[in-house]
Design a protein around this ligand. Structure first.
Ligand SMILES: Nc1ncnc2c1ncn2[C@@H]1O[C@H](COP(=O)(O)OP(=O)(O)O)[C@@H](O)[C@H]1O
Ligand SMILES: [Mg+2]
Length: 388
């Protein structure tokens, strides 16, 4: 999300900048010193999602100025930073349309929680409810298909949410093999061909059910069948899937073409998978340069380092981050025995060997993605009513 911070105190502004640096979901934060009352419009040409307004100077919060400004930016979400949160202030803030107030001394967790709530709200209103997570292989054999399919299983098992994996590896998709020995009656091109008339029964007829809340839509066995799939069909399928599932995981493979870019554009997050050796880093760098040129920021791109060894190699995680200029989201251990057994039998690793280090890492990753760990901090409305 794009955010702007405004304060008339240089010191407070610097404080906010530091506090917001590196927070999840905060893609860009521009800082402006000045009084809200003297601004007819926000001092930015870009569309911003969040205004972080600092009112920590002892005086009262400039609510009427804020109300006036918000009438020009109906989709703007405001976080007020205040010294004291009196019930009067909270009420005025609510009336002005502000849903987030944080109090000094400002805590990083409070600010992060506010950004998360705003993000949830934006997603709920502007799109279907589900989240689209795209997995890409930086180089063949990175582990993208293995991780995507098994992460889908972990998400479904640990959250009770509806999870769908779509194999968008149009030519050589193999995702279904990682989860099941059954073969579907129909596949992706059968669904996209008729996508304008898509409904749940069409989608379900092409799926293989792995758990009651986890299914997979396989790609065609014959690569030529997928040659006619168009980006608009991919878009329609993903929008439909997002509206009907909580998590839509995509195995995008490693090809960059109009269909995969359409999928990446629509994805909430992209998880490129790579390993810590030079050939992987080299290919990852080329892929990440493309991400940058497509304007995919650090809140969208979440690199996964796969097959990390306990004995450190020549390259470190820091080397990778420096080289790629994206922060690594998670690392997964190398464990040949359990992964090979899972892959060879076509059974999810969590079902086969729950104690494997790879299984445990997948569970942790699923929890992070589902945001299950942080205890929900209380929003403004519950705080207000708790005082009443
Ligand atoms: N964490 C891991 N530990 C050990 N082996 C792994 C791990 N992740 C993946 N593999 C192996 O790597 C192979 C290639 O993975 P795959 O998901 O097909 O790569 P990609 O889809 O990126 O081309 C898998 O068949 C599996 O045997
Ligand atoms: Mg693959």
């Amino acid at each position: 999300m794009k955010a702007i911070a405004i304060s008339n105190q240089a010191r407070n502004l610097e404080d906010l900048r530091k506090l917001a640096a590196g927070l999840e979901l905060v893609g860009e934060l521009s800082c402006h010193q000045g009084d809200l009352g003297e601004m007819s419009m926000l001092p930015t040409k870009d569309e911003v999602d969040v205004l972080l307004l600092d009112c920590r100077h002892g005086g009262s919060a400039p609510m009427s100025d804020l109300e006036r400004l918000m009438s020009f930016y109906p989709r703007l979400n405001v976080i007020l930073a205040v010294d004291q949160e009196s019930p009067e202030l909270l009420l005025r803030a609510l009336r002005a349309g502000v849903r987030e107030v944080i109090r000094s001394p400002l805590a990083r967790e409070d600010l992060q929680a506010a950004f998360h709530r705003i993000h949830q709200k934006i997603r709920g209103t502007q799109r279907g409810d589900g989240r689209v997570l795209a997995f890409m292989s930086c180089k063949g054999g990175s582990g993208a298909s293995f991780l995507a399919t098994n992460l889908g299983y972990a998400l479904a098992r640990r959250t009770d949410k509806r999870v769908l994996l779509i194999d968008l590896n149009l030519q050589f998709g193999d995702a279904v093999l990682y989860l099941s020995d059954r073969r579907p009656a129909s596949t992706l091109p059968d669904v996209t061909r008729d996508v304008q008339r898509i409904d749940m029964s069409l989608l379900k007829s092409a799926q293989i059910e792995i758990l009651s809340n986890y299914s997979i839509l396989a790609s065609a066995e014959d690569p030529t069948q997928s040659m006619d799939i168009r980006p608009t069909q991919v878009e329609a399928l993903l929008r439909f899937a997002r509206a009907n599932y909580d998590y839509v995981l995509l195995d995008v493979g490693r090809s960059l073409d109009t269909c995969s870019i359409q999928a990446l554009d629509l994805a909430d997050q992209i998880y490129p998978v790579l390993q810590l050796t030079l050939p992987f880093l080299r290919d990852a760098k080329r892929l990440f340069d493309v991400y940058r040129s497509l304007d995919y920021g650090v809140d969208k791109v979440r690199p996964l380092l796969n097959r990390i060894e306990r004995t450190p190699g020549d390259l470190s995680l820091q080397d990778a981050e420096r080289h790629l200029q994206y922060k690594v989201f998670a690392s997964l251990p190398n464990h040949f025995k359990s992964v090979a057994a899972s892959v060879n039998q076509g059974v999810p690793i969590l079902a086969l060997d729950a104690g494997s280090p790879v299984s445990r890492s997948l569970e942790e990753l699923a929890d992070r993605i589902a945001e299950r760990t942080p205890a929900p901090s209380r929003g403004l409305i519950s705080r207000l009513f708790a005082r009443a």
